[in-house]
Design a protein around this ligand. Structure first.
Ligand code: UDP
Ligand code: MG
Length: 310
Protein backbone atom coordinates (compact mmCIF):
# COMPACT_ATOMS: atom_id res chain seq x y z
CA UNK A 1 0.00 0.00 0.00
CA UNK A 2 1.07 3.58 -0.58
CA UNK A 3 2.41 5.42 2.48
CA UNK A 4 0.20 7.92 4.27
CA UNK A 5 1.23 11.57 4.14
CA UNK A 6 -0.29 13.87 6.79
CA UNK A 7 -0.51 17.58 5.99
CA UNK A 8 -0.34 19.66 9.17
CA UNK A 9 -1.86 23.06 8.52
CA UNK A 10 -2.22 25.74 11.21
CA UNK A 11 -5.02 28.22 10.48
CA UNK A 12 -5.76 31.48 12.23
CA UNK A 13 -8.52 33.55 10.65
CA UNK A 14 -8.01 31.95 7.26
CA UNK A 15 -11.58 31.68 5.91
CA UNK A 16 -10.46 33.06 2.55
CA UNK A 17 -7.44 30.86 2.02
CA UNK A 18 -8.61 27.40 3.17
CA UNK A 19 -10.77 26.64 0.10
CA UNK A 20 -7.98 27.78 -2.25
CA UNK A 21 -5.48 25.65 -0.33
CA UNK A 22 -7.76 22.60 -0.42
CA UNK A 23 -8.28 22.88 -4.17
CA UNK A 24 -4.57 23.28 -4.78
CA UNK A 25 -3.73 20.16 -2.75
CA UNK A 26 -6.39 18.16 -4.58
CA UNK A 27 -4.83 19.14 -7.88
CA UNK A 28 -1.35 18.10 -6.71
CA UNK A 29 -2.54 14.84 -5.19
CA UNK A 30 -2.51 12.69 -8.38
CA UNK A 31 1.22 13.45 -8.72
CA UNK A 32 1.91 12.20 -5.18
CA UNK A 33 2.95 8.64 -4.59
CA UNK A 34 1.09 8.59 -1.28
CA UNK A 35 -2.33 8.73 0.30
CA UNK A 36 -2.98 11.99 2.08
CA UNK A 37 -4.82 13.19 5.15
CA UNK A 38 -5.41 16.77 6.20
CA UNK A 39 -4.70 17.80 9.80
CA UNK A 40 -6.05 21.34 10.08
CA UNK A 41 -5.58 23.18 13.35
CA UNK A 42 -7.91 26.09 13.93
CA UNK A 43 -5.90 28.30 16.27
CA UNK A 44 -8.85 30.08 17.91
CA UNK A 45 -9.99 31.88 14.77
CA UNK A 46 -12.63 34.55 15.11
CA UNK A 47 -13.94 34.26 11.56
CA UNK A 48 -15.63 31.37 9.71
CA UNK A 49 -12.50 29.18 9.63
CA UNK A 50 -14.01 26.46 11.82
CA UNK A 51 -17.27 26.32 9.83
CA UNK A 52 -15.33 25.95 6.62
CA UNK A 53 -13.30 23.11 8.11
CA UNK A 54 -16.50 21.41 9.25
CA UNK A 55 -18.00 21.69 5.78
CA UNK A 56 -14.85 20.22 4.24
CA UNK A 57 -14.97 17.39 6.76
CA UNK A 58 -18.53 16.54 5.66
CA UNK A 59 -17.54 16.15 2.03
CA UNK A 60 -14.09 14.63 2.50
CA UNK A 61 -13.33 12.02 5.21
CA UNK A 62 -9.60 12.63 4.76
CA UNK A 63 -10.06 16.02 6.42
CA UNK A 64 -9.43 16.13 10.17
CA UNK A 65 -9.41 19.20 12.34
CA UNK A 66 -8.71 20.37 15.85
CA UNK A 67 -10.14 23.62 17.12
CA UNK A 68 -8.47 25.44 20.02
CA UNK A 69 -10.43 27.17 22.75
CA UNK A 70 -8.54 30.41 21.96
CA UNK A 71 -5.55 31.63 19.97
CA UNK A 72 -2.48 29.79 21.28
CA UNK A 73 -0.09 30.83 18.49
CA UNK A 74 1.41 29.04 15.53
CA UNK A 75 3.93 27.05 17.61
CA UNK A 76 1.14 25.46 19.66
CA UNK A 77 -0.88 24.82 16.50
CA UNK A 78 2.09 23.07 14.87
CA UNK A 79 2.58 20.87 17.93
CA UNK A 80 -1.11 19.92 18.05
CA UNK A 81 -1.05 19.13 14.34
CA UNK A 82 2.04 16.94 14.66
CA UNK A 83 0.46 15.11 17.58
CA UNK A 84 -2.73 14.41 15.65
CA UNK A 85 -0.96 13.37 12.44
CA UNK A 86 -0.93 9.61 11.92
CA UNK A 87 1.00 9.48 8.65
CA UNK A 88 4.19 7.64 7.80
CA UNK A 89 5.34 11.06 6.64
CA UNK A 90 4.21 14.42 7.90
CA UNK A 91 4.42 17.77 6.13
CA UNK A 92 3.90 21.06 7.96
CA UNK A 93 2.75 23.93 5.78
CA UNK A 94 1.00 27.31 5.84
CA UNK A 95 -2.49 27.56 4.44
CA UNK A 96 -1.83 30.76 2.45
CA UNK A 97 0.06 28.94 -0.35
CA UNK A 98 3.32 30.68 0.57
CA UNK A 99 4.52 27.10 0.95
CA UNK A 100 3.76 25.87 -2.58
CA UNK A 101 1.98 22.49 -2.58
CA UNK A 102 3.48 21.84 -6.03
CA UNK A 103 6.79 21.09 -4.24
CA UNK A 104 5.28 18.16 -2.33
CA UNK A 105 5.93 15.43 -4.95
CA UNK A 106 9.60 16.39 -5.13
CA UNK A 107 9.89 16.56 -1.35
CA UNK A 108 8.24 13.17 -0.98
CA UNK A 109 10.58 11.63 -3.54
CA UNK A 110 13.60 12.47 -1.34
CA UNK A 111 12.25 10.79 1.78
CA UNK A 112 10.91 7.73 -0.05
CA UNK A 113 14.01 7.15 -2.18
CA UNK A 114 14.61 3.39 -1.91
CA UNK A 115 18.40 3.71 -2.20
CA UNK A 116 19.23 6.68 -0.02
CA UNK A 117 16.24 8.19 1.77
CA UNK A 118 16.52 11.47 3.64
CA UNK A 119 14.76 11.76 7.02
CA UNK A 120 13.50 15.22 6.31
CA UNK A 121 13.16 17.74 3.50
CA UNK A 122 13.22 21.36 4.61
CA UNK A 123 12.67 24.49 2.57
CA UNK A 124 14.01 28.00 2.57
CA UNK A 125 13.39 31.08 0.54
CA UNK A 126 16.06 31.98 -1.97
CA UNK A 127 15.04 35.65 -1.86
CA UNK A 128 13.14 37.94 0.42
CA UNK A 129 11.46 39.74 -2.47
CA UNK A 130 8.09 41.25 -1.65
CA UNK A 131 8.97 41.75 2.00
CA UNK A 132 9.32 45.21 3.57
CA UNK A 133 13.09 46.09 3.48
CA UNK A 134 13.19 46.94 7.17
CA UNK A 135 11.77 43.54 8.04
CA UNK A 136 14.36 41.81 5.82
CA UNK A 137 17.11 43.81 7.46
CA UNK A 138 16.12 42.81 10.98
CA UNK A 139 15.48 39.19 9.93
CA UNK A 140 19.01 38.92 8.51
CA UNK A 141 20.56 40.44 11.65
CA UNK A 142 18.53 38.02 13.77
CA UNK A 143 19.81 34.94 11.93
CA UNK A 144 23.40 36.21 12.07
CA UNK A 145 23.08 36.86 15.79
CA UNK A 146 21.40 33.64 16.80
CA UNK A 147 23.80 31.51 14.78
CA UNK A 148 26.75 33.20 16.43
CA UNK A 149 25.21 32.75 19.86
CA UNK A 150 23.83 29.24 19.65
CA UNK A 151 25.19 25.78 18.87
CA UNK A 152 21.93 24.85 17.20
CA UNK A 153 22.10 25.99 13.60
CA UNK A 154 19.13 28.01 12.45
CA UNK A 155 19.01 28.52 8.70
CA UNK A 156 18.42 32.02 7.36
CA UNK A 157 15.20 32.17 5.39
CA UNK A 158 14.09 28.73 6.57
CA UNK A 159 10.34 28.27 6.40
CA UNK A 160 8.24 26.00 8.55
CA UNK A 161 7.45 24.06 5.35
CA UNK A 162 8.92 20.61 5.94
CA UNK A 163 8.31 17.00 5.18
CA UNK A 164 9.49 14.62 7.90
CA UNK A 165 9.65 10.91 8.50
CA UNK A 166 7.75 9.35 11.40
CA UNK A 167 10.84 9.01 13.61
CA UNK A 168 11.62 12.69 13.40
CA UNK A 169 8.02 13.67 14.16
CA UNK A 170 8.05 11.42 17.22
CA UNK A 171 11.26 13.05 18.39
CA UNK A 172 9.75 16.51 18.00
CA UNK A 173 6.58 15.75 19.93
CA UNK A 174 8.56 14.01 22.66
CA UNK A 175 10.17 17.40 23.32
CA UNK A 176 7.75 18.74 25.90
CA UNK A 177 9.04 22.29 26.09
CA UNK A 178 6.52 24.99 26.83
CA UNK A 179 8.46 27.79 25.16
CA UNK A 180 8.54 26.26 21.72
CA UNK A 181 10.66 27.66 18.91
CA UNK A 182 10.11 25.25 16.02
CA UNK A 183 12.95 26.47 13.84
CA UNK A 184 15.25 25.52 16.70
CA UNK A 185 13.58 22.22 17.60
CA UNK A 186 13.66 21.00 13.98
CA UNK A 187 17.40 21.55 13.89
CA UNK A 188 18.07 20.38 17.44
CA UNK A 189 16.54 16.90 16.98
CA UNK A 190 19.01 16.27 14.17
CA UNK A 191 18.27 13.75 11.38
CA UNK A 192 19.49 13.97 7.81
CA UNK A 193 17.89 16.92 6.10
CA UNK A 194 17.72 17.88 2.45
CA UNK A 195 17.31 21.62 1.82
CA UNK A 196 15.29 22.94 -1.10
CA UNK A 197 14.99 26.60 -1.88
CA UNK A 198 12.36 28.47 -3.78
CA UNK A 199 11.41 32.02 -4.66
CA UNK A 200 9.30 33.89 -2.15
CA UNK A 201 5.59 33.60 -2.93
CA UNK A 202 3.00 36.19 -1.93
CA UNK A 203 0.08 35.19 0.25
CA UNK A 204 -2.88 33.82 -1.78
CA UNK A 205 -5.45 35.95 0.08
CA UNK A 206 -6.06 37.49 3.50
CA UNK A 207 -3.46 39.19 5.67
CA UNK A 208 -0.28 38.22 7.47
CA UNK A 209 -0.80 37.57 11.19
CA UNK A 210 2.66 38.79 12.12
CA UNK A 211 3.27 42.40 13.00
CA UNK A 212 6.81 43.71 13.30
CA UNK A 213 6.62 43.62 17.10
CA UNK A 214 5.26 40.08 17.16
CA UNK A 215 8.21 39.03 14.98
CA UNK A 216 10.61 40.89 17.26
CA UNK A 217 9.21 39.03 20.27
CA UNK A 218 9.54 35.79 18.33
CA UNK A 219 13.20 36.57 17.65
CA UNK A 220 13.87 37.26 21.35
CA UNK A 221 12.13 33.98 22.27
CA UNK A 222 14.33 32.14 19.78
CA UNK A 223 17.51 33.55 21.29
CA UNK A 224 16.41 32.85 24.87
CA UNK A 225 15.43 29.28 23.97
CA UNK A 226 18.65 28.39 22.18
CA UNK A 227 21.39 30.42 23.79
CA UNK A 228 22.56 31.35 27.27
CA UNK A 229 25.21 33.71 25.92
CA UNK A 230 23.35 36.86 27.07
CA UNK A 231 23.77 35.66 30.68
CA UNK A 232 27.48 35.12 30.17
CA UNK A 233 27.85 38.53 28.54
CA UNK A 234 26.09 40.17 31.49
CA UNK A 235 28.59 38.63 33.89
CA UNK A 236 31.54 39.61 31.71
CA UNK A 237 30.31 43.18 31.57
CA UNK A 238 30.08 43.11 35.37
CA UNK A 239 33.68 41.89 35.71
CA UNK A 240 35.02 44.49 33.29
CA UNK A 241 33.19 47.30 35.07
CA UNK A 242 34.52 46.13 38.46
CA UNK A 243 38.06 46.17 37.12
CA UNK A 244 37.65 49.65 35.71
CA UNK A 245 36.18 50.84 39.01
CA UNK A 246 39.13 49.36 40.91
CA UNK A 247 41.64 51.09 38.67
CA UNK A 248 39.82 54.41 39.13
CA UNK A 249 39.76 53.91 42.89
CA UNK A 250 43.52 53.43 43.00
CA UNK A 251 44.08 56.47 40.80
CA UNK A 252 41.80 58.62 42.97
CA UNK A 253 43.37 57.50 46.24
CA UNK A 254 46.88 58.07 44.93
CA UNK A 255 45.92 61.45 43.53
CA UNK A 256 44.28 62.48 46.81
CA UNK A 257 47.39 61.47 48.78
CA UNK A 258 49.76 63.31 46.46
CA UNK A 259 47.79 66.43 45.54
CA UNK A 260 45.10 66.79 48.22
CA UNK A 261 41.45 66.44 47.36
CA UNK A 262 39.98 69.20 45.20
CA UNK A 263 36.25 68.48 44.78
CA UNK A 264 35.79 68.34 41.03
CA UNK A 265 34.39 66.06 38.40
CA UNK A 266 30.74 65.88 39.47
CA UNK A 267 29.39 65.63 35.93
CA UNK A 268 31.68 62.73 35.10
CA UNK A 269 30.77 61.06 38.38
CA UNK A 270 27.07 61.38 37.60
CA UNK A 271 27.65 59.88 34.15
CA UNK A 272 29.51 56.95 35.61
CA UNK A 273 26.80 56.30 38.20
CA UNK A 274 24.11 56.40 35.53
CA UNK A 275 26.13 54.17 33.22
CA UNK A 276 26.70 51.55 35.89
CA UNK A 277 23.08 51.75 36.99
CA UNK A 278 22.03 51.14 33.39
CA UNK A 279 24.35 48.17 33.04
CA UNK A 280 22.98 46.73 36.26
CA UNK A 281 19.40 47.06 35.15
CA UNK A 282 20.24 45.58 31.76
CA UNK A 283 21.88 42.53 33.34
CA UNK A 284 19.01 42.09 35.74
CA UNK A 285 16.59 42.38 32.83
CA UNK A 286 18.42 39.63 30.95
CA UNK A 287 18.38 37.40 34.02
CA UNK A 288 14.71 38.26 34.46
CA UNK A 289 13.91 37.12 30.92
CA UNK A 290 15.46 33.74 31.56
CA UNK A 291 13.73 33.42 34.94
CA UNK A 292 10.39 34.21 33.33
CA UNK A 293 10.98 31.37 30.88
CA UNK A 294 11.90 29.00 33.71
CA UNK A 295 8.81 30.17 35.57
CA UNK A 296 6.52 29.37 32.64
CA UNK A 297 8.28 26.06 32.07
CA UNK A 298 7.88 24.93 35.71
CA UNK A 299 4.14 25.63 35.64
CA UNK A 300 3.85 22.77 33.15
CA UNK A 301 0.93 24.50 31.53
CA UNK A 302 -0.73 22.87 28.57
CA UNK A 303 0.55 24.07 25.22
CA UNK A 304 -3.00 24.29 23.91
CA UNK A 305 -6.58 23.41 24.83
CA UNK A 306 -8.81 21.60 22.38
CA UNK A 307 -12.42 22.70 22.14
CA UNK A 308 -13.50 20.47 19.27
CA UNK A 309 -11.94 17.76 17.20
CA UNK A 310 -12.91 15.45 14.40
N1 UDP B 1 -1.01 31.12 12.25
C1 UDP B 1 -1.52 30.44 13.36
N2 UDP B 1 -1.63 31.11 14.56
C2 UDP B 1 -1.23 32.40 14.72
C3 UDP B 1 -0.67 33.07 13.60
C4 UDP B 1 -0.58 32.41 12.39
O1 UDP B 1 -1.90 29.28 13.26
O2 UDP B 1 -1.36 32.93 15.83
C5 UDP B 1 -0.89 30.41 10.94
C6 UDP B 1 -1.55 31.11 9.77
O3 UDP B 1 -2.92 30.79 9.66
C7 UDP B 1 -0.74 30.60 8.59
C8 UDP B 1 0.63 30.41 9.18
O4 UDP B 1 0.46 30.35 10.59
O5 UDP B 1 -1.21 29.36 8.10
C9 UDP B 1 1.59 31.54 8.81
O6 UDP B 1 1.00 32.78 9.13
P1 UDP B 1 1.13 34.04 8.19
O7 UDP B 1 0.94 33.66 6.77
O8 UDP B 1 0.23 35.09 8.74
O9 UDP B 1 2.64 34.45 8.47
P2 UDP B 1 3.72 34.96 7.38
O10 UDP B 1 3.66 34.00 6.22
O11 UDP B 1 3.32 36.33 7.01
O12 UDP B 1 5.01 34.88 8.12
MG1 MG C 1 2.12 33.51 5.14
Amino acid sequence: MKPLLSLVVPCFNEEETIPIFYREICSVEPKLDARIEFCFVDDGSRDRTLNILKELRKTDPRVHYISFSRNFGKEAALLAGLEMAGGDFVATMDVDLQDPPSLLPEMLSYVTDPEDPYDCVATKRSTRAGEPPIRSFFSRRFYQLINRMSDTEIMDGARDYRLMCRKMVDAIIADKEYNRFSKGIFSWVGFRTKWLSYENVERSAGQTKWSFFKLFGYAVDGILAYSTLPLTLASYAGIVLCLIALIFLVIIVVRALLFGDPVAGWPSLASIVIFIGGMELLSQGIIGLYISKIYLETKKRQNYIIKEQE
